[in-house]
Ligand binder design. Structure first.
Ligand code: PBG
Length: 363
């Protein structure tokens, strides 16, 4: 645009200058209603106070669930390769983490065990043992920090010698109904230990209904079920599998039970079935690449919908931040806000403590 500085003559002629500097004013008085220049979207963005007032979504510490990794060890913390700032912790330290979550205003944690290789077998029997690492950790956390929510996975992968979430036959097929029998016992052991919420992440058909019935029969009718209802066969789980030691054990892949990334109508069916079977809350996983699925589930099914910002999503943001390519705090908060905008009631994220700290500090 031509400016008055380039045309000094305009200075001595205010009328000309106005026309040159603001061509919009040439529009008939008032302009067309509902359109520029009457409407200027930037007005509401002009200052922080105004941007805060018109914000459609707010991220709070109450939206966060913090997944933590457990080890059975006298060593308190062992770093997870490929997940900067994430450690596997022993039970003592897990209690500390629960206290940290409480003080940061994080409502719940989701522990995952790295099980000793010697304890893994073909049917994942260690999962059902009341004194396994998870059950001991849940008991310790519940007695020290009773107000924190504890959400525990129902799936056999940390416990099986083949790394699958269910029971495998000689021909390497995952047996649906046999798996459910073990998952029920796993859920009962966790509920007996004090878990507040069981999160079936195995994707077997019918497991939510079977776990609900088993919990109710055992007097655990108040234990919730957060179903990993639309869980995709994803490459983004890589760092998690390192953290719990299943990359080393996994035979083949999980495509016969986890969903095809090409599908979202199928996600609606999966989620609707889990709700019908008694799921109190549902989850879409992974998170960022599947926000369209989150939006559809939240809008069409109207249930508390969660998303899991999984290990690979965390690692790619952290890797770029470590390289100085992205600003960690900005992309962390922006990605978490994206979940809220898509319709999430809450987000499972390894960023939970860092994000909660920022939120508490007013960032
Ligand atoms: C296993 C389970 C997985 C995750 C949570 N529960 C991995 C898988 O299905 O192989 C992934 C979480 C993450 O990547 O952060 N049932």
């Amino acid at each position: 645009m031509t400016t008055s500085r380039q045309r000094p003559i305009a200075k001595s002629s205010p009328a000309t200058s106005r026309v040159i500097a603001s061509p919009a004013r040439e529009t008939p008085a008032g302009g067309a209603p509902g359109m520029y220049p009457t409407v200027r979207m930037r007005r509401n963005r002009k200052a922080p106070w105004s941007r805060r007032l018109v914000a459609e979504h707010v991220l709070s510490t109450s939206d966060l669930v913090w997944p933590i990794f457990l080890i059975d060890s006298s060593t308190r913390r062992v770093p997870v390769d490929h997940m900067p700032d994430v450690d596997r912790v022993n039970i003592e330290e897990a209690v500390r983490e629960a206290e940290r979550a409480m003080s940061l205003g994080i409502p719940a944690i989701a522990p995952f065990p790295n099980v000793d290789m010697k304890l893994r077998d073909a049917t994942g029997s260690e999962a059902t043992r009341p004194s396994n690492l998870m059950c001991r950790a849940v008991r310790a956390i519940k007695s020290a920090v009773p107000e924190i929510g504890i959400i525990t996975d129902a799936a056999l992968d940390p416990y099986t010698s083949h790394g699958h979430d269910g029971v495998l036959d000689e021909r390497h097929r995952i047996l649906n109904d046999e798996s459910i029998e073990v998952l029920k016992l796993q859920a009962l052991a966790l509920a007996d230990a004090g878990a507040d919420c069981i999160a079936p992440s195995d994707m077997m058909d019918g497991r939510v209904g079977a776990i609900r019935a088993a919990l109710d029969k055992a007097g655990h009718q108040d234990v919730q079920i957060l179903s990993y209802a639309a869980k995709y066969a994803s490459g983004f789980y890589g760092p998690f599998r390192d953290a719990i030691g299943t990359n080393a054990t996994l035979i083949g892949d999980k495509r016969t039970y986890q969903m095809d990334p090409a599908n979202s109508d199928e996600a609606i069916r999966e989620v609707a079935l889990d709700i019908a079977e008694g799921a109190d809350m549902v989850m879409v996983k992974p998170g960022m690449p599947y926000l369209d699925v989150v939006r559809r589930v939240a809008t069409e099914l109207k249930v508390p919908t969660f998303a899991y910002q999984v290990s690979g999503e965390y690692s790619m943001l952290m890797a770029a931040a470590r390289n100085g390519w992205l600003d960690r705090d900005r992309v962390m908060m922006e990605s978490l806000m994206a979940f809220k905008r898509a319709g999430c009631a809450g987000i499972l994220t390894y960023f939970a403590p860092a994000a909660a700290k920022l939120i508490k500090a007013g960032g």
